[in-house]
Design a protein. Structure first.
Length: 494
C-alpha cells in the first residue's frame, strides 16, 4: 500500500510537515524535524527512481479520480531524475543548516525559515511529479512564494531588495505561465498534459496556441533565469542566507528547465516547438549570449557569491544550449548538466557558507591567505571550481564532453569552440579566488580564523565526492539521462 502511494507521499510529507516547524518554535527541534523530513523525502525519491528505472513511467490518480477529470501525478525517468536531485540536495543541506542558520538568521525567525524551506521543497517536488498544467502553476507559486521569504531572511537589508526584485520578476513569470495555461485550456478543454498533447494537433495552426506557447516559454524562462531575463538571480543568490543560496542554485533553476522541457516535448510536441515556432535558433542565440556575457561578468566580480551567481547564469546557458540542438543527444547532455551542476554549485555555495561563518565576508580582499586557516574548506572550493571549469576526472568534464559531442554530431562545431572558451573564462574567475586564498599575504585579523565545524564540512565534501565519483564513473548518471531524454522525446528525434 505504501509503495503504491509513493508519488503522493513525495509531496504530502514535506507539505504536512512544514507547519509543525512553526509549532515547535525551538530552532533545534525545528532543524531536527526538517532533517528527518528531508531524509524521508530522499528515501521516497530513491524508491520512486528505482521503480521508474526498472518498471517504466508511473501514473498516479489523486483521490482515485481517473484522468483527465482528476489530477494525475506522472513520473517518467526525467521526473525521477529531477526528484532525486532535489531530494538529495535537501538531505545534504539540512545537516549543514543548523550552524549556518544560527549564525545568519535572527533566532526568532529560525522556525519560520524551516517552515518556508519545507514549503519550497514541497513546491519543487510538486512541479516535477504533477501531470496537470494548472497544478504545476500552483506548485510553482508555492516554491516561489516561500523562496521570496527565504531570501528576505538574509543578514543584510539588501536581502529585502533582492527578495522584492525576485518577487516582481517571479510574479510576471507566473502571470505569463497562467495566461498560457488558460489559453491551452480554452482551446483543448483539459489541463492534463498528456490529454492536451493528444488534443493539440487539431488546433496547432491557430494563433491562440502560438500565443499560449509564447506566454509559457517567456514565463518559464523568467523562472529559470535565462539570459536576458536573469536580472533577479545575482542579487537573490548573493544576499540570501548561505543555505538558501546553495539550495536554490542547485534546485530552483533546474526545476524551471524541467518545466520548459516538459512543455516543449510532452505538451506542445517537438515538431511544433522546434519546427513551427523556431525555438532552436532563438534559444541557441540566448544560450550563447548567456554563456559568454555571464562568464565575462563573473571574471570582474569581487564578491565570490555574486561571481558564482553569474556563473550559474552561464551554466543555465549550457543546459539551454543542449535543448536548442533539438536532438536526443542534446537533451541527454542537458539532463547530465542539470545533475552535475546541481552537485557542483551546491558544493561551492556551501563552501562559501563555511567561509562566511568564520570570516563574515565572501569578498576577495577579505579572503587573502584564507587557505592557511581553512584548508579543508578552500580545498573543497578548488575541487568544485575544477569541476566548474571542466577538468578531466570531474563531473563538469562529463557534462561538457557530452554537450560538445552533441554539438559536433548536429554539425555545430563553433559551439564546441564556445564551450572551450567559456571554460577558459571559468578558469580565470576561479583562479582569482585561488590566488586570493592561497597566494596573497593574510592580514593580521586572519590569525583568529579557524576551520569550519565538521557538521558543515562533511556535507560540502559529500557533494565534492559525488562530483569526483561521477567524473570517474558516470555510467549511472549518463544512463539515467539517456532514459530521461527518451522519456521526453521518445524516438522522434535522434
Amino acid at each position: 500500500m505504501l509503495l503504491a502511494n509513493l508519488p503522493a507521499l513525495q509531496v504530502v510529507i514535506p507539505l504536512v510537515s512544514a507547519p509543525l516547524c512553526l509549532l515547535l518554535r525551538n530552532p533545534r527541534h525545528a532543524w531536527a524535524w526538517s532533517s528527518l523530513v528531508s531524509a524521508a523525502v530522499l528515501a521516497v525519491a530513491v524508491m520512486l527512481a528505482h521503480r521508474v528505472y526498472t518498471e517504466g513511467t508511473i501514473s498516479y490518480a489523486i483521490g482515485a479520480w481517473a484522468t483527465p477529470w482528476g489530477i494525475e501525478y506522472r513520473i517518467d525517468m526525467a521526473g525521477a531524475m529531477m526528484v532525486l536531485i532535489i531530494a538529495a540536495i535537501s538531505a545534504v543541506v539540512m545537516p549543514y543548516a543548523r550552524r549556518s542558520i544560527l549564525h545568519e538568521i535572527e533566532y526568532k525567525k529560525i522556525a519560520l525559515f524551516y517552515t518556508c524551506y519545507l514549503l519550497c521543497l514541497t513546491g519543487l517536488l510538486g512541479i516535477i511529479v504533477t501531470g496537470d498544467t494548472f497544478n504545476l502553476f500552483v506548485f510553482l507559486e508555492i516554491s516561489s512564494l516561500s523562496s521570496y521569504v527565504l531570501i528576505s531572511l538574509g543578514s543584510t537589508r539588501r536581502a529585502l531588495t533582492a527578495a522584492f526584485q525576485y518577487l516582481v520578476m517571479g510574479t510576471i513569470g507566473a502571470t505569463f505561465i497562467l495566461i498560457g495555461v488558460g489559453l491551452l485550456y480554452m482551446m483543448t478543454g483539459t489541463l492534463n498534459m498528456v490529454d492536451i498533447a493528444e488534443r493539440l494537433p487539431a488546433v496547432t495552426d491557430t494563433r491562440t496556441i502560438r500565443v499560449a506557447f509564447a506566454f509559457v516559454t517567456v514565463g518559464v524562462s523568467i523562472k529559470l533565469a535565462l539570459f536576458p531575463l536573469h536580472i533577479w538571480l545575482p542579487n537573490a543568490y548573493t544576499f540570501a542566507p548561505s543555505v538558501v543560496s546553495a539550495f536554490m542554485a542547485a534546485t530552483a533553476t533546474k526545476a524551471g528547465v524541467y518545466v520548459l522541457l516538459r512543455f516543449f516535448f510532452t505538451v506542445f510536441g517537438s515538431q511544433f516547438s522546434f519546427a513551427a515556432m523556431h525555438v532552436s535558433e532563438i534559444f541557441m542565440l540566448l544560450a550563447i549570449a548567456a554563456i559568454l556575457v555571464a562568464s565575462l561578468v563573473a571574471v570582474f566580480e569581487n564578491n565570490v557569491k555574486r561571481m558564482l551567481a553569474y556563473s550559474s547564469v552561464a551554466q543555465i546557458g549550457y543546459t539551454i544550449l543542449g535543448i536548442s540542438l533539438a536532438s536526443a543527444a542534446g537533451v541527454s547532455a542537458s539532463m547530465i548538466q542539470l545533475f552535475n551542476h546541481a552537485m557542483i554549485k551546491g558544493a561551492l555555495f556551501l563552501a562559501l557558507g563555511c567561509v562566511f561563518l568564520r570570516l563574515g565576508s565572501v569578498t576577495l580582499k577579505d579572503m587573502h591567505g584564507l587557505a592557511r586557516h581553512m584548508p579543508w574548506t578552500m580545498a573543497a572550493f578548488v575541487a568544485g571550481g575544477l569541476s566548474l571549469i571542466g577538468v578531466p576526472l570531474t563531473a563538469g568534464f562529463i557534462s561538457k564532453w557530452y554537450l560538445i559531442s552533441a554539438a559536433l554530431t548536429a554539425g555545430y562545431w563553433p559551439l564546441a569552440v564556445l564551450v572551450l572558451i567559456s571554460s577558459l573564462l571559468a578558469l580565470v574567475y576561479i583562479w582569482r579566488v585561488v590566488e586570493a586564498a592561497y597566494f596573497n599575504v593574510p592580514g593580521a585579523s586572519m590569525d583568529k580564523i579557524k576551520e569550519a565545524p565538521a557538521s558543515m564540512l562533511i556535507p560540502v565534501w559529500l557533494l565534492i565526492g559525488v562530483n569526483l565519483y561521477v567524473g570517474i564513473d558516470a555510467n549511472l548518471v549518463v544512463s539515467m539521462a539517456q532514459q530521461a531524454a527518451d522519456a521526453l522525446i521518445g524516438q522522434v528525434l535522434q
